[in-house]
Design a protein around this ligand. Structure first.
Ligand code: HEC
Ligand code: HEC
Length: 512
């Protein structure tokens, strides 16, 4: 067990809390804690859903697809289907709501006081993914009102401050991120993971062969993740590993770097935000959330919504309405004052093929690569193999007592990554800046309404760079801000596929 998770467990034991209590803050329940009803079920084939008896209405997403059908569709059709699912306002006939399951997927006793479906703090709090990810359009970022109260979903239901009890220290308020270009981000993460794990394996092999401990520097795509020492007995000392969990798996998604794949995030978000339970995590033919609907989302449905996000175009540079010369100068100053030390202007892809699922997806997320859906990321606008996302996909501490803003997350215990390593509450993944121009407000809580404020709030590891930025002339500072405003998510043409989600297409079997 990693030292930090061990400390959390030890602290909870001292407080007399049962070990099961720590399963709660995790993004998904660890394997041991997962009830039998969450074992992965077989996939189903396409079907059209109708409302359960007693509802004289219609589901918002009547048509469901098994993986086999999705594998036979071209990219534009899968993209359009996934886009449709992303904007669907799920209702009770679809299986929205989860009276008997928390936002982490753990069983709970339904609470009659909390109302039928919506609970603002611990969720379900929206009808669709696009209820939050809508700026400048579905798949994008979100305003302050779309913030999520991360970790409250584990204590579900939480919708009010009960009497004098203050719950505000039990969640972290986070602002909605945009997914444009995220197929390339996921592949960068997987390639970096492979490099780091190969370096570790090399060290283990040579320690065993030489009978002496071997230390290697962990370096991938020009980013250093510290060092690791392998011992002749095959054990590994990860004390000097920095910016990534000790399992060396880059988790490029969420502001803290908690999830390794879009698919894993999507299955989690569907349950948390909408009470839509995917068969790959919650089982086939079962109803763990006790809302009267089974098979709420098939493997193919999740593939489509994952591919939609992965295939969203990469952000662009737009100087419309902005001073071009100033923006070009700002890009140079950005490098000169060391912003590029963390916000690396580009990272190289070794292969630009995107395939879902990630074979390393943890339990509860589909990971059978014999049924992969693949496409080339050149279709998302990646030019060559260089990804200009302005991140190193590494966690940093950019706050301290002088610059406390980015240390403002109160929740304890620490948030765990998908492999259950606890992450201290002052560590964040270097924000991708390629969509800064139209993803405001900024900062993990979305409480900074100027880019200037987001920059000058940097401290901790970013102190030298921030000090240099503050020493610049007013016009040089404005040039950096102008440069960042040119980095934007593009507008997509409207979805014009008339076949999307229309019952009767393909070889449809009725049922479900
Ligand atoms: C209530 C608002 C809200 C809803 C609804 C919502 N999200 Fe999010 N989403 C967020 C926030 C906030 C974050 C950042 C979370 C964090 O950093 O912990 C996020 C992050 C993500 C990310 C990671 C992006 C990145 O670059 O790291 C993905 C992927 C994602 N959401 C997918 C979805 C999908 C798919 C749905 C629908 C099933 C969905 N979200 C519904 C608010 C929302
Ligand atoms: C030590 C690494 C590091 C350095 C150096 C650094 N940053 Fe950051 N930056 C981060 C991290 C980490 C975040 C994410 C903070 C969060 O999630 O709240 C961030 C966030 C940002 C954001 C907010 C983005 C958003 O979408 O909310 C902006 C803008 C930004 N940085 C610009 C800069 C500029 C300009 C410089 C140089 C003056 C700089 N950064 C230097 C690590 C760094």
């Amino acid at each position: 067990m990693h030292r930090l998770s061990f400390l959390v467990v030890a602290a909870l034991c001292l407080l007399g809390l049962p070990l099961s209590a720590i399963a709660e803050p995790f993004a998904i329940p660890p394997n041991e804690a997962r009830p039998a009803h969450m074992e992965k079920g077989p996939d189903l084939s396409d079907f059209v859903r109708s409302c359960p008896p007693g509802f004289n209405d219609t589901p918002a997403m009547p048509m469901h697809y098994g993986q086999e059908s999705i594998l036979n569709m071209p990219l534009n059709r899968v993209f359009a289907l996934g886009q449709q699912t992303f904007v669907t306002n799920f209702n009770a006939c679809d299986g929205a709501g989860r009276p008997a399951t928390t936002g982490t997927g753990v069983e709970r006793t339904p609470d009659p006081v909390m109302g039928p479906r919506f609970t603002r703090v611990s969720a379900p709090e929206t009808s669709s993914c696009a209820g939050c990810h809508n700026q400048p359009q579905p798949g994008g970022a979100g305003d302050f009102a779309a913030n999520v109260f991360v970790l409250a979903q584990a204590a579900d239901p939480v919708s009010r401050i009960i009497l004098n009890e203050d719950f505000s220290n039990t969640w972290d308020e986070r602002n909605t991120l945009g997914m444009f270009g995220s197929g390339a981000i996921e592949m960068l993460g997987r390639q970096m993971t492979t490099d780091l794990q190969n370096e570790q394996q090399g060290a283990i092999t040579s320690a065993e062969a030489s009978g002496k401990s071997v230390t290697v520097n962990l370096l991938t795509k020009g980013v250093s993740f510290g060092a690791l020492t392998a011992n002749p007995d095959g054990s590994v000392d990860t004390d000097a590993v920095v910016g990534v969990d000790p399992d060396l798996v880059i988790k490029p998604f969420s502001r803290k770097g908690v999830f390794r794949s879009l698919r894993e995030f999507t299955v989690t978000a569907m349950n948390q935000h909408h009470g839509m339970q995917a068969v790959e995590r919650f089982g086939t033919g079962t109803d763990p959330d006790e809302d009267g609907v089974t098979n709420e989302l098939l493997i193919g449905d999740i593939t489509a919504v994952t591919i939609f996000q992965a295939a969203l175009p990469v952000p662009i540079v737009s100087t419309q309405g902005l001073d071009r010369t100033m923006a070009a100068h700002g890009a140079e100053v950005f490098n000169q004052v060391g912003c590029a030390g963390c916000h690396l202007p580009t990272l190289p892809l070794t292969s630009s093929q995107f395939c879902d699922p990630d074979p390393q997806n943890p339990a509860g997320t589909f990971n059978d690569t014999s049924q992969s859906y693949c496409f080339n990321l050149s279709q998302t606008g990646i030019s060559g193999k260089s990804v200009a996302a302005y991140t190193d996909l590494k966690r940093h501490v950019i706050c301290d007592s002088n610059k406390p803003h980015y240390c403002n997350e109160p929740a304890s215990p620490l948030q765990a990554s998908d492999s259950n390593y606890a992450i201290p509450n002052n560590q964040f993944l270097t924000a991708k800046l390629w969509d800064t121009g139209n993803s405001g407000p900024w900062g993990h809580r979305g409480d900074l309404d100027t880019i200037y404020a987001a920059i000058t709030a940097h401290g901790g590891e970013a102190t030298d760079s921030e000090t240099e930025f503050e020493a610049l002339s007013n016009s040089d500072q404005l040039a950096v801000v102008t440069f960042l405003k040119t980095l934007q998510m593009p507008l997509l043409p409207p979805n014009q596929d008339p076949n999307v989600n229309t019952p009767g297409q393909n070889s449809v079997h009725s049922g479900g």
